[in-house]
Each structure stands twice: as C-alpha cells, then as structure tokens.
Design a protein around this ligand. Structure first.
Ligand code: OFO
Length: 171
C-alpha cells in the first residue's frame, strides 16, 4: 500500500508527464505548420514517449493500491518565434522535470519507500538522456545559426533521432 505522501507525489508526477506530452504535441503541430516535417516527427514521437512515462506511473500507482488521478491540463504555448526558441523551451522544461523527479526520489527516501525509490530510478536515468539530447540539439542549432542550408539538414536529420537513439542515430 502506498503512503499518502508518496501517492500524492506520484500523482503530481503523472500531471507533469501529461503536461510534457501535451507541450511537445503542441510543439510538433507548430513545427508541422512551419514546413519543418522532420522536427515535427521528432516532437510527435517525443510526445508519445512522455505519454508512456505518464502511463507507467498511472499503472504503478494503481498496482500498489493507490488511485491514479488523470489531470486536467492547461493549453500549452502554441507559437514559437523559431526553432532555437522552441528547443530552448524544451531544454528548460526537461531541466524542470529532472528537478521534480529528484524531488520525488527524495520524498521516497524520507518516507523509506524503497520500492517506489527503485521504480523511480528508470526516470532518473531517462532524464539524464533527455537533458543530454536537448543540449546536443541546442549546440547544433547554435552552430547552424541562421544558415538556411544548415537548417534544412537539421530538419532532415532530426527526423530519425529519439532519446533511445541519441547516442547512435537511427538509420
Ligand atoms: Fe521528458 O520527461 Fe518524462 O520523465
């Protein structure tokens, strides 16, 4: 049985993952309307991954005798001035998510819930990869600057990149 404090913290994390999925979905849709098809595919996939992060938590809470709460969400930002602005927002968001996950891990330790602590380790590892990927993307965009040819190649190449393929991009 989950302690109340843990259940509450996990439900907060469910909301954060749902928000992430929604934010990336809005980003994907914006990119699609800008003719950035590769970026849109990357973001649609990222949105699905975040939904999977949320589902994993929903099922964990319910399996441990708690009650997962499916949250109401705000409408995410729908306009971005450019790709730099979009990916900087994504990076900042992931840094925020990492802080929230660390906070949840700390609550698990304080409450001596080692099972949930163990479950959360997957999220800790995932955040390291997601932040690293977002930083690599920002480095590439900073290198490209406003170069149109570079932007074209960026959009083409990002289509096949996902968190799990960030070390070796998929063919
Ligand atoms: Fe990108 O965040 Fe989920 O965990």
């Amino acid at each position: 049985m989950l302690k109340e404090k843990i259940e509450e913290a996990l439900n907060t994390q469910i909301k954060i993952e749902a928000e992430s999925s929604q934010i990336y979905l809005a980003m994907a849709s914006w990119a699609e309307t800008q003719g950035l098809g590769g970026t849109a595919q990357f973001l649609y996939r990222h949105s699905d991954e975040e939904r999977m992060h949320m589902l994993k938590l929903v099922q964990y809470v319910n399996e441990r005798g708690g009650k997962a709460l499916i949250p109401k969400l705000e409408q995410p930002e729908k306009e971005y001035s450019n790709l730099h602005n979009l990916f900087q927002t994504l990076l900042n968001h992931e840094i925020h998510v990492s802080a929230e996950i660390n906070n949840l891990v700390e609550i698990c330790l304080n409450e001596k819930d080692y099972t949930t602590h163990n479950f959360m380790q997957w999220y800790v590892a995932e955040q390291i990869e997601e932040e690293a990927l977002a930083r690599t993307i920002m480095d590439k965009l900073n290198m490209i600057g406003q170069d149109k040819g570079g932007m074209y190649l960026f959009d083409r190449d990002i289509e096949n990149i996902s968190v799990s393929s960030s070390i070796t991009p998929a063919k």
